[in-house]
Design a protein around this ligand. Structure first.
Ligand code: ADP
Ligand code: MG
Length: 405
């Protein structure tokens, strides 16, 4: 069920409309703070230009909620893209309408046109057919390289595919699908998953870690659980957790995860010791305790040394590793040791040929901060989208792409 990619279509002389995720952080003066997302789409854009396509780029930026918000214009992004490509990037005044249609019609092979913020129109998020049809009318071929937006069925990610064929993945999207979908469904064994972070339960819009745990439970050989969510598991085991993070409503969920692991013969390794603090602060007093001895009034903010050893030993045996969620409050140095040591273990396993797949915005940030990013096989660029993918959900923006023959 592989999706067509830009390598499967002849793009020379065609107008290719590319959905990218250029939702970059801007400062108060509309300067780009971090251009990682622009860099990530360059291989696809460069490939299309080398193949002599005319390239139309579209993206959202921020949450303008259907109104024109000048501070959320993509103009500075077009300028930066032009610098990175070393060629002029024409900026359109809007993403639909007569003027944009004319600009697109006149675009020549090798030229780049950037449409204005898609979310200046409420029709984008509402996925209104007429809006999607107008977007589709601008090009001959649709490319989606915006994995981070693929979990939402919007005009530019789903609607447009009803008006333009073929709809293919860009190089970044293809890599995301390869690892987060195909590899996770068909992993080399042993397959070890590491789950940490904060929220077990999901809400209306976002899946919690529970979906990831349940989906991976059917596939993994071992499941390692640490981070803030571990304390709800401790509570389910009848332990006292002091002031540690507790998700009261998820206690039955935690219990059923432990039961399922036992029934399915999955090795469940739950953190066995923790670094506890007398307050949630970088300068808190700390001590290491076994999970059975968390003192009243203290809270667990990192995994302890025994857990680090338990986890790193297991990681060293893996051929495939999926990781989502930091193992402690890594934003504070005092509670970053667990996440760092696990990061080094995953990097070392990857050096030895294991496939490592990292999902989640905070996990990716922790790995980048530790300087380990280059050694991982794949770090997903999509926060929510990667979580949904790891949770086994079908992303509407991926499902909408044309299947390979
Ligand atoms: P991701 O973005 O990678 O999916 P999450 O958002 O689920 O990860 O979790 C990250 C957050 O979890 C971080 O802000 C981290 O500080 C927090 N966290 C990790 N361990 C603990 C803990 N023991 N107590 C409280 N918060 C924690
Ligand atoms: Mg997060």
């Amino acid at each position: 069920m592989a999706k067509m990619t830009i390598k499967d279509v002849a793009v020379a002389g065609r107008k290719v409309i590319v959905r990218v995720d250029f939702n970059v952080p801007l400062d108060a003066g509309q300067q780009i703070v971090d251009d990682t997302r622009i860099q990530a789409a360059l291989p696809t854009i460069r490939y299309l230009l080398e193949q002599d396509a005319a390239v139309i780029i579209m993206s959202h930026l921020g949450r303008p909620k259907g109104a024109v918000v000048p501070e959320m214009s993509l103009k500075p992004v077009a300028a930066r893209l032009g610098e990175l490509l070393g060629r002029k990037v024409e900026m359109a005044p809007d993403c639909i309408g007569d003027q944009v249609r004319d600009m697109a019609a006149q675009l020549q092979p090798g030229q780049v046109l950037m449409l204005e913020n898609l979310r200046f129109h409420a029709a984008e998020e509402a996925n209104e057919p007429e809006f999607a049809r107008e977007l589709g009318a601008l090009g001959d071929i649709y490319v989606n390289d915006a994995f981070g937006a693929a979990h939402r069925a919007h005009g530019s990610t789903e609607g447009i595919t009803h008006h333009l064929s073929p709809a293919v993945s860009g190089l970044l999207m293809d890599k995301e699908i390869t690892y987060l979908d195909e590899t996770l469904k068909n992993p080399s064994r042993p397959f070890v998953a590491i789950l940490g972070g904060a929220k077990i339960a999901g809400d209306k819009k976002n899946p919690g870690k529970i979906e990831v745990i349940q989906n991976l439970m059917d596939k993994v050989d071992a499941l390692l659980i640490g981070g803030g969510m571990a304390y709800t598991f401790y509570k389910a085991m009848g332990l006292e957790i002091g002031n540690s993070l507790l998700e009261e409503n998820s206690i039955p969920t935690a219990r059923s995860v432990m039961d399922n692991a036992e029934r399915q013969g999955v090795e469940l390794l739950l953190s066995v010791d923790c670094v506890v603090a007398d307050k949630f602060a970088a300068d808190a007093r700390t001590q290491v305790v076994p999970r059975e001895q968390i003192p009243a009034g203290w809270e667990g903010l990192d995994i302890g040394p025994q857990t680090r050893r338990l986890f790193t030993d297991k990681i060293a045996t893996a051929r495939t590793i999926a990781w989502n969620g930091p193992l402690g409050v890594f934003e504070m140095d005092a509670f970053a040791h667990g996440t760092l040591e696990i990061g080094r273990a995953v990097a070392a396993a990857s050096d030895q040929g294991a496939i490592s797949i990292i999902g989640g915005g905070d996990t990716a940030a922790a790995i980048a901060q530790a300087g380990l990013a280059e050694r991982m096989t794949h770090i997903s660029t999509g926060g929510g989208a990667s979580l949904e993918c790891m949770g086994g959900r079908v992303l509407p923006g991926v499902a909408a792409l044309t299947e390979k023959e």
